[in-house]
Design a protein around this ligand. Structure first.
Ligand code: ADP
Ligand code: ASP
Ligand code: MG
Length: 376
């Protein structure tokens, strides 16, 4: 069993979905069983969020964005030759009618809770997975639509929900025991124990693939995207960036946490726990070997694997001669931050012990400063 995930750009148009089906058919020759996780059509999640925020501001333009999203899916269905598929047609009608009703509610009450935003923004994946499953069937591929909300259970941290792995793993295994098809799975979405829709954080479809891969003891998890794997730097910022052939889980984890968007950071952990290799591939260049992530790296010449960056970050520095040689300063510093519920992203201390610098999210910056001023 392998789990394959296709990101937004790989499913952006009917033509790309046709190419994706070719890739899946090719992989079927080598692998007996596979599961496919898909993102929303490229840009659709952003549009769903924009539409929801407009409705909450009682801006009537939300309906224009809504119509645009609906039309985009209708065009894809038509171009994929599925316009006579009655079941798909009914599903789309019902889904858009439900989204429309809820949006109208948001518009009337001028309120968009994180729970409602998850419901609205997660529907890009519901639509794309359903359409792709029907398209596979139209090409005589043995496919089935799997709504991840029925198997991935999370807490109620809407927007970035935490997975309950004991229940999720069991439910996924039970589902796959009965399945003989290529399951086409909605990335990004899950549900609470009260069956409310949650999302796994922006970029979370990679994580969905890792959750399924780990639960099913997959031989490999493949992330198909729009670049030649993990590169030495973001190719949009550094023209000479080149792809890294092999990396360790730890290296990939560091790079993704520090801004290499090509892998959503939590994705590595489930794969690492089960030692399942991750392969990052380019949908537009399937012949390119991509990046293979496992416990080993075969290229000791490249001791430094890459450079990544985060654009928005707050850096705070605590400094003073009173810190030199005094035990317990860092304990006090980080305790005060922990009490203020500030998450620290990076820490450095000069060997002179004269300064400790640390990075936090910009929204935590003022709270961090206040906590330190109170403590010291
Ligand atoms: P998908 O929609 O397939 O999930 P993403 O846009 O989330 O794709 O991730 C792929 C993008 O990540 C690339 O187009 C690239 O701009 C960006 N990226 C940032 N850092 C890196 C890196 N070190 N290596 C490769 N891609 C990177
Ligand atoms: N569609 C979601 C997003 O844009 C999840 C993903 O693409 O991984 O964040
Ligand atoms: Mg992504």
């Amino acid at each position: 069993m392998i789990v394959i995930k296709f990101g937004g750009t790989s499913v952006a148009t009917a033509q790309r979905i046709e190419g994706l089906a070719d890739i899946v058919n090719d992989l079927r020759k080598k692998h007996k069983k596979l599961a496919v996780v898909v993102s929303a059509f490229g840009g659709v999640t952003d549009e769903l969020i924009k539409m929801s925020r407009l409705a909450a501001k009682q801006d009537g333009d939300y309906i224009t964005v809504f119509n645009g999203i609906r039309e985009r899916h209708q065009i894809a269905v038509k171009e994929l030759g599925l316009n006579r598929d009655k079941a798909l047609h009914d599903f789309l009608e019902e889904t858009f009618a439900e989204l429309h009703d809820i949006l109208h509610g948001v518009y009337l009450v001028r309120e968009l809770s994180p729970r409602t935003l998850d419901f609205l923004s997660g529907h890009g994946e519901v639509l794309s997975a359903k359409i792709i499953a029907h398209y596979f069937k139209s090409r005589k591929m043995p496919a089935a639509f799997l709504d991840a909300r029925t198997v991935i259970r999370t807490d109620e941290s809407f927007g970035s929900a935490r997975v309950d792995f004991s229940v999720t793993n069991r439910t996924i295994r039970e589902h796959f025991k009965k399945s003989k098809s290529i399951e086409v799975i909605t990335g990004f979405v899950a549900s609470t124990f009260k069956n409310e829709m949650t999302t796994l954080g922006r970029g979370g479809s990679d994580y969905t693939a890792a959750i399924f891969g780990a639960a099913l003891d997959a031989k490999e998890i493949q992330i198909w995207t729009d670049v030649d794997g993990v590169m030495t730097a973001d190719p949009r910022k550094v023209k000479k960036a080149f792809s890294i052939r092999t990396m360790t889980y730890t290296e990939a984890m560091e790079m993704s946490h520090f801004g290499a968007k090509v892998i959503h950071p939590p994705t590595i952990q489930p794969a690492l726990d089960k030692k399942i290799p991750l392969l990052i591939k380019n949908t537009f260049k399937p012949e390119h070997p991509g990046t293979f992530i496992s416990t080993k790296t075969s290229d000791p010449a490249f001791l430094i694997k890459g450079i990544s960056s985060i654009d928005n970050i707050s850096l705070l520095t605590l400094q003073g001669s009173g810190m030199v040689g005094v035990a317990g300063i860092s304990a006090r510093l980080f305790n005060s931050l922990s009490h203020a519920k500030v998450n620290v992203i990076l820490i450095t201390q000069g060997s002179s012990e004269h300064t400790i610098s640390f990075a936090v999210k910009p929204e935590d910056g003022a709270r961090a400063q206040q906590a330190i001023e109170d403590e010291f």
